[in-house]
Design a protein around this ligand. Structure first.
Ligand SMILES: [Zn+2]
Length: 382
């Protein structure tokens, strides 16, 4: 393009555009020597079929949970070769989901969303069915097809963090959005359909079951003891020390006392804070480094890449217990040995009762040994 390139400034927002079918696309730029920020976003040259209808969801009164029926997702791209990857930048011969010829971080609306594209009011639990309104976005972490989050620079991790913060704040304002959740599924073993390093953002029209259970526990604990559950859990981990993986000034990473999965690390802030959008700049910065540290420890356990789910738990947008919540990250992996995966079977998948194979203390000890302590390399508090 002939438009003059200008460098991204620290406070510059994302560069926004729309894809050929109307979906929104946002580019976020590294603050240092990343891709030059163009004056205008390149146009999408493709002709795309219209966006799918908003799926329907049904209410399961036995468990009190909503189930979304996104049948159009059956036709979505499944493990394409790199030459057909929809998340690589566009080139002269091939137009992808990302029209730019290079980018740092790109966020766009999912072509096959489980929620949306329609938005509207949150459903009533007395309804049997409702539109699965909301929004699903894809976050491409890097233009390089073979990159991984653990291999990103600290600066890029900060850019991804800025994108997550921005999207959490903006999606939380959409009418009817009840909770914004961010996750990365990594590895074909756990169902990833695209290899290109990416994560997803779901803006749900309801508060998700696990978060609601956590909020109920926080409330019950307060009524019984007068204490703060998240604060007391962290204090217990710090006192014991045997499950701590990495410790910063504002965040701590540990294997929880009652971990379910063979690899499970929680990264928690040192104060109650409902979501990413409510973090201070200092908290965002330390979290970017600590998240990389945790992923690199997981990567260092085995000679081949480890599949994982990294899920960011955030408080529902409008919930009475929001200020007692503590947003946090849970990274879990079913890998229990170099060539063995844990499968969720009868007890776990059917009954919801977990039988763990490895002791949390042993997992933490292995993860600690992979790298020197977090604080020592970053200059933070050890
Ligand atoms: Zn790719």
């Amino acid at each position: 393009m002939s438009v003059p390139a200008i460098h991204s400034e620290p406070d510059a927002g994302p560069l926004r555009t729309h894809l050929a079918d109307g979906r929104e696309l946002l580019y976020f730029f590294d603050e240092g020597a990343g891709t030059e920020r163009p004056g205008a976003a390149p146009a999408d040259s493709r002709i795309l079929s219209p966006r799918p209808q908003t799926p329907l969801m049904r209410y399961d009164p036995l468990l009190g949970e909503w189930v979304s029926y996104a049948e159009h997702r059956q036709t979505r791209t499944h493990l394409p070769p790199a030459s057909e990857c929809p998340l690589c930048p566009s080139g002269p011969e091939r137009a992808t989901e990302i029209p730019a010829h290079g980018y740092d971080v790109a966020v766009f609306e999912n072509r096959f969303p489980a929620f949306g594209p329609g938005s509207g009011g949150s459903p009533d639990d007395s309804a049997a069915a409702a539109p699965a309104a909301g929004r699903c976005e894809v976050v491409a972490f890097a233009a390089e097809h073979d990159a991984s989050f653990a291999g990103l620079s600290l600066e890029r991790a900060r850019t991804v963090m800025r994108a997550w913060v921005h999207r959490t704040a903006e999606l939380s304002r959409i009418p009817g959005v009840a909770q914004v959740s961010i996750f990365e599924n990594r590895g074909a073993e756990i169902g990833v359909t695209l290899h290109h390093p990416h994560g997803q953002i779901y803006a749900y029209p309801f508060a998700t079951p696990r978060t609601l259970r956590q909020l109920e526990s926080v409330q019950a604990y307060k009524e019984e003891t007068g204490g703060e559950l998240f604060a007391d859990l962290l204090a217990r981990e710090l006192r014991d020390g045997s499950r701590i993986v990495a410790r910063g000034k504002l965040w701590t990473a540990y294997v929880p006392y009652a971990a379910r999965m063979p690899l499970e690390v929680h990264v928690v802030p040192h104060r109650n804070v409902p979501d990413l959008a409510s973090l201070t700049d200092e908290e965002q910065d330390e979290l970017s480094g600590l998240y990389l540290d945790v992923l690199r420890r997981i990567e260092g356990l085995y000679p081949t890449p480890t599949p994982y789910i990294a899920a960011w738990y955030q408080a529902p947008v409008q919930h009475a217990g929001r200020n007692s919540y503590r947003m946090h990250l849970q990274v879990t992996s079913p890998r229990r040995a170099e060539n063995k995966l844990k499968y969720l079977a009868g007890s776990e998948a059917a009954m919801g009762a977990f039988i763990a194979d490895v002791s949390p203390e042993e997992t933490a000890s292995r993860l600690r040994r992979v790298l020197p302590p977090f604080g020592i390399r970053t200059g933070g508090k050890a």
